[in-house]
Design a binder for this molecule. Structure first.
Ligand code: HEM
Length: 459
């Protein structure tokens, strides 16, 4: 663990971390735009704490699990979440009152309230929606149907999320939510200049986002208005948000409710859709591993959905999910801002520095993983996990701001993946190698095409 200074003064005396100078004014912006993921590999030659400037902001990337733990856990009160505010905000001013972007007392109050929708009992109750929507999706697939994996999985996870958390049938309206997710990812895409510009500048990406958000907000206002009439008699997350009272008897403002909906509709379906997309892609290109998974599923649950007790026996399924989130982490990097001068590994991290915790880089660091670029679910043995530094693997973040949907997501992935694998074969059409765009989440740069084949037709 790093030598944390006892006072800010001590930190102030330390040197800045090393790193590339970059160009005047823009710093390393063009290098980052050219190679958003490989940029961190390039600068890792400076060490585990590297500083660089991008469009007027000083960044420090932390490449060692100990320093990641320091920021997320032990020193978390010296850092706040950063979402590109100086560049006009990654979310372009939307969802700022939602759980992902609030800070301090407002965040604490929201987290306490919303946690009630993620207790183990609640998660258990959501399995019904997960199973029903997955069965529905599988039934709708024709034999030999060509699909685009990310679209197909986004459709499914959005339906699951809307039904389980909000008791909503999203049919016919899901397209607006998916368009919004695409527009948010496009604005945040580090290959796109819009990521570094205020959202009021009328770039095509910004205009598209504002147009889409206008549709999204009217949809949400409609949903909220409908639900207000019977919120008191229901107990899903939307009703909870509408009826919950704080200590002083006040309820969440309309803006807060709407921003939670944007937050959860986005964070709750995009991430799991990506995890399913990448796991099906990887399995499609590793037929033996897919076969092994199918055999496990067949022997544990036959052709039925897994029961709670069977889930524990799906050990290879669990390894596949864990390995997918290692190799293709949907939240590929986390960002923080230092709220006071801090010392990390003997270096000074000035107040206001932006901190990058590059999950995808750490998850593929050969100091922790053998053959890090290979998809090898079997690496996840108990012994291996015990030997791994804690923050060498952090797909759901860590500390007080860790993912509130982690258990929900894990339950969902461990149901959907075996159910799909047991019913159909998803056969890839393209190359095993993927290129990525770094939006808010890790996006496939090109559509991932595959063909659905029903298992019965293969016999
Ligand atoms: C595989 C799926 C998922 C992954 C990989 C993932 C990843 C993450 C990560 C890394 C964070 C922390 C971000 C940070 O510290 O900056 C986070 C936060 C969050 N996630 Fe997830 N997530 C997933 C699924 C979900 C689901 C299903 C939901 C909702 C149903 C959700 C809702 C949220 C929210 C609201 C936060 C902010 C929490 C806070 O700041 O208090 N996520 N997620």
């Amino acid at each position: 663990m790093s030598d944390v200074p006892s006072s800010n003064q001590k930190s102030a005396d330390r040197p800045l971390p090393p790193g590339p100078d970059g160009l005047p004014i823009v710093g390393s912006m063009f290098d980052l735009m050219r190679r958003p993921i490989d940029f961190v590999d390039d600068v890792s030659e400076y060490g585990d704490v590297v500083t660089y400037r991008v469009a007027g902001q000083r960044f420090t990337a932390l490449l060692h699990p100990d320093y990641i733990e320091q920021v997320l856990v032990s020193d978390n009160d010296r850092f706040r979440r950063w979402a590109g505010e100086e560049w006009g905000d990654t979310f372009a001013g939307y969802a700022t009152e939602g759980l992902l972007l609030t800070e301090g007392e407002q965040w604490r109050r929201q987290r306490l309230l919303i946690q009630n929708a993620f207790t183990p009992d609640r998660i258990e109750s959501y399995t019904e929606a997960v199973v029903a929507e997955t069965e529905h999706t599988i039934e709708e697939w024709e034999d030999e149907e060509p699909i685009e994996l990310k679209n197909a999985m986004s459709n499914l996870t959005l339906r699951i999320l809307a039904r389980s958390l909000f008791n909503l049938d999203i049919d016919g309206r899901g397209e607006i939510v998916r368009r919004t997710a695409d527009a948010l990812n496009a604005r945040a895409n580090a290959r796109n200049l819009s990521a570094f510009l205020p959202s009021w500048i009328p770039t095509p990406t910004n205009r598209r986002l504002h147009r889409t958000m206008a549709d999204m907000e009217s949809l949400l206002d409609e949903l909220i208005e409908d639900r207000r009439t019977d919120a008191a008699t229901r107990d899903d997350l939307l009703s909870l948000l509408l009826t919950a009272e704080t200590d002083d008897g006040s309820t969440l403002s309309d803006r807060e409710v709407r921003d939670q909906l944007i937050t959860f509709l986005f964070a709750g379906h995009e991430t799991t859709a990506l995890a399913l997309t990448y796991s099906l892609h990887a399995l499609g290109h590793h037929p033996k591993k897919r076969q092994k998974l199918q055999e496990e599923v067949q022997s544990v649950m036959g052709s039925d959905p897994p029961t709670a007790s069977e889930l524990a026996d799906l050990s290879y399924t669990e390894q596949v999910v864990t390995e997918t989130l290692r190799l293709y982490p949907p939240a590929y990097a986390l960002f923080r801002e230092a709220t006071e001068v801090t010392g990390i590994d003997g270096y000074r991290i000035p107040d206001g520095s932006k901190i990058t915790l590059p999950q995808i880089h750490v998850h593929q660091d050969d100091r922790f993983y053998d053959d890090p670029e290979a998809f090898r679910p079997k690496r996840w043995t108990d012994e291996f996990e015990a030997s791994l530094p804690e923050y060498a693997y952090f797909p759901f973040g860590g500390g007080p701001r860790h993912c509130i949907g982690m258990r929900f997501a894990t339950m969902e992935l461990k149901h959907v993946l075996p159910m799909i694998i047991s019913a159909v074969s998803i056969d890839p059409v393209g190359s095993p190698d993927l290129a990525f765009d770094t939006g808010i989440t890790l996006q496939p740069a090109e559509p991932i095409r595959a063909t659905v084949r029903r298992r019965s037709s293969q016999r």
